[in-house]
Design a protein around this ligand. Sequence first.
Ligand SMILES: *Cc1c(COP(=O)(O)O)cnc(C)c1O
Length: 384
Amino acid sequence: MAHYPEDRAAWVEVDLGAIRANTRAFKKMVGPRVQLMCSVKADGYGHGAVRCARAMYKGGASQFAVATVAEGIELRESGAEWPILMLNQCPETAIDKLVEYDIMPAVFDVDFALMYGERAAAADKVGKYHLAIDTGMTRIGVLPEEAVEVRRALDFHRGLECAGVFTHFATADIIEDWDFKVQSARFGETVQALENAGLSCGLVHCDNTPGTVLHPRLLYDMCRVGVGLYGLHPADTTRPRMELKPAMSVRAKVIRVAEPQVGTGVGYGFTYRVPKQGIQIATVPIGYGDGLSRTLSGRMDVIVNGMRAPQVGRICMDQFMFAVDASAPRGYRSRSMVREGDIVTIMGRDGDEEITADEMASLRGTINYEVVCDFALRLERIYT
Ligand SMILES: *Cc1c(COP(=O)(O)O)cnc(C)c1O
């Protein structure tokens, strides 16, 4: 909490040291022969892709994954010279940008790949791509039985080079899961079939964060790790296997404190009314326009001066309110009072108290991934 943005009393703090340390822990886990490809899609899960990628590189990462052309370009324009894989295809109209910025697409469609090869050849380049295999998740990829045929249809092309073959697991976070075993067996067989046909696979990879942590025998040449690098566990199953440090905190300053009469309403719809004398209602300039979901209204806590306080009334687009009981016995009074300018922790640690992305996710009925992505909407990031 060393400094704040100049123009707004609300911000996201990103601990780059934590990201570096988490990356180092994954690198140590996979060993020197397995490359670490870091997922920095959705602006680094809300943490800021460019700064996080640099911290991850320092922590031992060697490749990066994005979801869109724009994300790849942002990384390149920041000076990144590392391999960048886009985990999807893009509209044909953007293929020239893939070539210009050396962004490798994940390929699952022959026509797309041939067009990419044409554009690469026209630019006197070799268009590297990774072949996506749909081993059972039914999202993207060619089916295992199509893989050899698709590769043969592409291999003649001088503008194309298969730099990798990969799949994605639907249930990697479950221990001893039958569906996972089916997917990983299909992937192994597909890679074998390609090699038997004399088609080189490049880098073979399949594990996301839970796969890397829970299935270390399946690492192949590279892991595609995301959420764990930001210090978040993808599921309870990975928690006992690895210690991670959350990198994101969300904080703001109290901009106004009121001590309303009993019965006074707070916020839209007056879903909360002051129940007794001596309740302070403090206003914080963050709302659902900043990714603080309105579904948390009246259900979440904040931390102020090292203590939890309940959020009250509906969360607005740009602000919310919380309540502090200032009528506590004398001697405690000064400690429990809230003042204008006090720092409020919406997510993160303050003293002995901590509000985790997991706590917010469980209140919202979602996963920590979505909670951190959402805070990228409008809040400025401060790197520590
Ligand atoms: C997002 C993504 C990852 C990273 O997943 P985490 O659960 O964040 O580790 C890996 N591979 C693909 C294809 C993805 O879409």
